[in-house]
Design a binder for this molecule. Structure first.
Ligand code: ZN
Length: 238
């Protein structure tokens, strides 16, 4: 399970190598394959070849023209405009084929939330509870915030929070809302690329982080003429 790659090919390659070693049955992606980073075509190609489910995120929708760029501020808007200009036909066709949510065996997937699959950041108890109430699957997966999270309800109480590297959940007894974190632009203070290992047979979910060549991605962003801030933030995971 991966999310929010954002054109960061070095991070995606590192995560795919770790996923290959774990030999999962399938790869799911929660969207935002492009936007911010300088390698959108290569990221689309890798995800298109590997993922059995891939959602569209707000950046994917902007780049393909479904969302107006007026909704994107500052560096996000500049990067979306740049990405539109360099996207090749194959990547465009791939982005055009994506939807913002999906349901599969035992899980519901949204780029952002069940209430608003495109834009809502699930970063509060209130937002997490609403998405759990609007869904029925044992596991609900969201991306968009770039923060690895796990949230569950026990009685009327909300439990969970940030999910650092190595966090392991037992599935089955309760329903879980999970954000795997971001591959290409983490914002939870850990600059390493994030992915989630979901084992529905064993009933576990494990949050993983992997080192990648941040300097390579930073130099690609600068060489592309994208805002330097998009390169600098990667070193801090913010
Ligand atoms: Zn994103």
């Amino acid at each position: 399970m991966i999310s929010d790659i954002h054109g960061n090919l070095a991070a995606l390659e590192a995560v795919l190598a770790a996923i290959d070693a774990a030999k999962p049955d399938a790869l799911w992606c929660l969207g935002d394959v492009v936007g911010y980073g300088a390698r959108p075509n290569e990221c689309c190609e890798a995800v298109r070849r590997r993922a059995s489910i891939c959602l569209a995120g707000n950046h994917d929708l902007a780049v393909r023209g479904t969302l107006d760029l007026i909704d994107f501020s500052g560096d996000a808007g500049l990067a979306a405009t740049w990405t539109r200009g360099v996207l090749d036909d194959s990547a465009r066709a791939f982005l055009d084929s994506l939807d913002t949510h999906a349901t599969t065996e035992g899980a519901e997937l949204y780029h952002a939330s069940a209430r608003d699959p495109v834009w809502e950041y699930v970063l509060s108890d209130e937002a997490a509870v609403i998405t759990l109430m609007l869904t029925e699957a044992p596991v609900v997966l969201v991306g968009h915030s770039h923060v690895a999270l796990n949230v569950s309800l026990r009685g009327g109480d909300v439990e969970g929070g940030l999910a650092p590297d190595g966090t392991t959940l037992g599935l089955g007894e309760r329903r879980w809302l999970i954000n795997p974190g971001s591959v290409g632009q983490p914002r939870d203070g850990d600059p390493r690329a994030a992915w989630l290992e979901l084992d529905q047979d064993a009933g576990t979910a494990v949050f993983h982080r992997v080192e990648y060549d941040i300097a390579r991605t930073q130099s690609e962003i600068v060489a592309a003429g994208l805002p330097h801030a998009l390169a600098q933030r990667l070193a801090h995971g913010l």
